[in-house]
Design a protein around this ligand. Structure first.
Ligand code: GAR
Length: 195
């Protein structure tokens, strides 16, 4: 039987992407990455290329409002490579309504907080950890959720909690959470793929 195919969308360093690649290569995650697509130049594209995965830059500066449409064309153009599911692994652009409707319940996102807390517009990457520390939260974490037409509002699949320590900076908190994200990402994908 042919393997389930995933498309991974990224915007940054791609450490969650690396976790997916590593888990596929060591046999712990049974699927195939058919595309890695980035909305900007980023290190994650290099990670994909090193593993001979189709790595495509669809620059948001070039495509603007048509970014999601262009990504959709790429994902659908070769029916042998068309992904069954889409994973947002540090993807920072907002997907269009038609894209989300087209891939209904087939897209998941990983977010570096305990949603519904610290989600929404402007809440991404280090902004999230800064806000958590400013709010004097005692715990934070990461969440994997389905993507719907809101920002970080889709049905929660699972989360992982970490303590916020008294002397945490946004950077130390990010590091502690990111280590957990790499495991949560894989568990979330397994749940989505029902494997
Ligand atoms: C991760 O912490 C991910 O949760 C976050 O961006 C980082 C990407 O790291 N995503 C968001 O903030 C989405 N709203 P990575 O490129 O090393 O995987």
């Amino acid at each position: 039987m042919s393997k389930i195919k995933i498309g991974v969308l990224i915007s940054g360093s791609g450490s969650n992407l690396q976790s997916i690649i590593d888990n596929i290569e060591n046999g712990k995650l049974d699927c195939k990455i058919s595309y890695v697509i980035a909305d900007r130049e980023c290190y994650g594209l290099e990670r994909a290329k090193k593993h001979n995965i189709s790595a495509v830059l669809v620059d948001k500066k070039e495509y603007g409002k048509n970014l999601s449409d262009r990504i959709n064309v790429i994902l659908e153009e070769d029916k042998n490579k068309k992904p069954d599911y889409i994973i947002l692994a540090g993807y920072l652009s907002i997907l269009s309504e038609s894209f989300i409707n087209n891939w209904n319940r087939k897209i998941i996102n990983i977010h570096p907080s305990l949603l519904p807390k610290f989600g929404g517009k402007g809440m991404y990457g280090m902004n999230v950890h800064r806000a958590v520390i400013e709010a004097k939260e005692k715990e934070s974490g990461a969440t994997v959720h389905f993507v719907d037409n809101g920002i970080d509002t889709g049905e929660i699949i699972m989360n992982v909690k970490v303590p916020v320590l008294e002397d945490d900076t946004p950077e130390t908190l990010q590091k502690r959470i990111l280590e957990k994200e790499h495991i949560l990402m894989i568990e979330g994908i397994k749940k989505l793929l029902k494997i």
